[in-house]
Design a protein around this ligand. Structure first.
Ligand SMILES: Nc1ncnc2c1ncn2[C@@H]1O[C@H](COP(=O)(O)OP(=O)(O)O)[C@@H](O)[C@H]1O
Ligand SMILES: [Mg+2]
Length: 428
């Protein structure tokens, strides 16, 4: 054996080593070595083993589907959503059905024999800020046995621009699926703030007027259509040799949502044009303009794909979002109910917290109404409700724990409107 010959400690063959690849493992101190062919054997062993595991996961998932389908029928999904989300009945129905069909489609994919195909029914949600779009989906996700990930579309950029590439949406899902590719491939992706990637120039102008947003939409289109998305693990810098993870989006359900501020005017214009074409121009003209939530809701409900196109979503993307789901503006009564009714209602939460300090919290009806009215003024739907009571509650939460006495705290309208201190009464 000359200097550049080593013996493989496994197969005992003597190998002439020209470079590291001939003897991938070699320790000069001990002379321990493994030749390339032995390393390859080990590699293949591991690979086969991993494949076998994957098949197991697949079967597991297919078996679980029956159970998931039985447990998550549309009316059951809606019932669950009702515990947390006030109003928005139609949106709840649409989503329940879309998700249920998503499961059915998966099951069908596992055991279909005829040549037919069930189309994926991606959803686009439109509704004013703070009306419950994100909340609806986050509760839906808690109920689900499929992975679910929310990605802010406005943070996405076309490859090559500063920011996150669209692949991030799939990567988030992969992590939501505990890095199980098979599970991720049957999950749900919610793209929030989807209106923010509309072409600023609307439907008319050329691509060059708005290259970034158009590019993001094009990139998303591939995912929506179903493609193998490749991405690097979190924290890994993107470079040509970095190992990548591949996820096929063919069975992933996409739900996109946004406020689409101003789209009602586009809808109104179209309706007016349609109406004047059949001689009803005057009737539509007479609907009130401006800041009327009723008018806004009525118009939004009539949204059609061409309005979205006019707004700046490219037609190909719209074509991949066949289900349109609109949410309404929350009125005073709805806001009032949001304060008290859902399982996680703000008032319930404060009551629970204070009860741990022996205090019994009540909001007078007038006070709750005042909170709702303030929220309406702020025009951010239910989003500002918590902030409005937080101001009042801070002092209480600070003072009450000072003593363990039994007390009753009463929040009045004045507390909300003028910042008056709440009434605190001893309980005998
Ligand atoms: N219809 C609703 N029922 C109950 N809570 C709601 C409703 N709409 C909004 N909320 C509450 O208001 C906050 C903001 O709602 P969110 O879902 O983020 O609004 P957006 O429609 O802008 O996504 C959340 O904390 C959510 O719990
Ligand atoms: Mg939102």
């Amino acid at each position: 054996m000359n200097d550049n010959q080593h013996q493989c400690s496994f197969c005992r063959r003597i190998i002439t080593v020209r470079d590291q690849y001939d003897m991938p493992i070699y320790d000069p101190k001990t002379g321990f070595a493994i030749c390339r062919s032995c390393v390859e054997d080990i590699y293949h062993f591991l690979e086969d083993h991993e494949d076998a595991k994957e098949v197991e996961v697949k079967r597991d998932f297919a078996d679980r589907l029956d159970e998931i389908l039985a447990k998550n029928k549309p009316h059951i999904i809606k019932q669950y959503l009702d515990e947390y989300i006030i109003d928005q009945d139609r949106a709840k129905k649409i989503l329940s059905v879309a998700v249920y069909n998503h499961y059915k489609r998966m099951k069908y994919g596992y055991d279909h024999t005829d040549g037919s195909e069930i189309e994926k029914s991606n959803v686009i949600m439109l509704g004013p800020s703070g009306c419950g779009k994100t909340a609806l989906l986050s509760h839906l996700s808690q109920l689900m046995d499929v992975p679910f990930a929310v990605t802010d579309a406005s943070s996405l950029t076309e490859a090559g621009f500063v920011g996150a590439d669209v692949e991030v949406a799939v990567r988030n899902l992969y992590y939501a699926a505990d890095k199980n590719i098979e599970k991720a491939e049957h999950g749900i992706i919610y793209l929030d703030e989807f209106d923010k990637i509309a072409r600023k120039s609307g439907a008319n102008n050329s691509i060059t007027a708005d290259p970034g947003h158009e590019g993001v939409q094009q990139a998303l289109l591939k995912m929506l259509e179903g493609s193998v998305v490749e991405f690097t693990a979190r924290g890994q810098r993107k470079h040509p040799e970095a190992p990548t993870i591949k996820v096929d989006t063919k069975n992933i359900l996409f739900i996109v949502g946004g406020a689409f501020v101003g789209i009602e005017e586009t809808i109104a214009k179209r309706l007016k044009k349609d109406a004047s074409a059949i001689g009803f121009g005057a009737a539509v003209e007479s609907t009130k303009k401006g800041d009327d939530p009723k008018r806004f809701d009525e118009l939004l409900e009539q949204v059609r794909p061409e309005d979205l196109m006019q707004y700046g979503i490219i037609p190909e993307v719209i074509g991949r979002l066949p289900i349109i789901c609109t949410l309404g503006t929350l009125d005073e009564d709805a806001l009032l109910r949001i304060l008290t009714e859902p399982k996680n209602a703000p008032v319930k939460q404060y009551q629970k917290l204070l009860s741990m300090d022996n205090a019994e919290l009540t909001f007078e009806e007038d006070a709750l109404r005042a909170v709702a009215q303030k929220a309406i003024e702020r025009k951010t739907g239910a989003r500002s409700l918590k902030g409005i009571i937080e101001d009042t509650m801070l002092d209480i939460m600070f003072d009450i724990p000072k003593s363990g006495e039994k007390r009753r705290i009463i929040i009045t309208k004045e507390c909300i409107e003028d910042g008056t201190a709440p009434r605190v009464e001893p309980v005998s």
